[in-house]
Design a protein around this ligand. Sequence first.
Ligand SMILES: [Zn+2]
Ligand SMILES: [Zn+2]
Ligand SMILES: [Zn+2]
Length: 88
Amino acid sequence: MSKDCIHLQSAGKRDGNTAGCEECLQSGDSWVHLRVCLACGHVGCCDDSKNKHATRHFHATGHPVIRSGEPGESWGWCYVDRLFKDPV
Ligand SMILES: [Zn+2]
Ligand SMILES: [Zn+2]
Ligand SMILES: [Zn+2]
């Protein structure tokens, strides 16, 4: 469990570009939780949401690291290494 992840180490803090999932806001869909891409600030919905836009964003762009977009949560996640990271 002590595997290093270069993506999470090099990812900075970043605010989301939008207040909700960008794609869901456009299509009028709802989401469960929000995830913020730390490469570009894209806000997407989590895998509990029906559209899974955060995961789709990773597959579309290759941006590997997201953090939770939920208030009070600041953990990160790397899709490439499938690794969680607690806030520093
Ligand atoms: Zn990684
Ligand atoms: Zn969405
Ligand atoms: Zn991105």
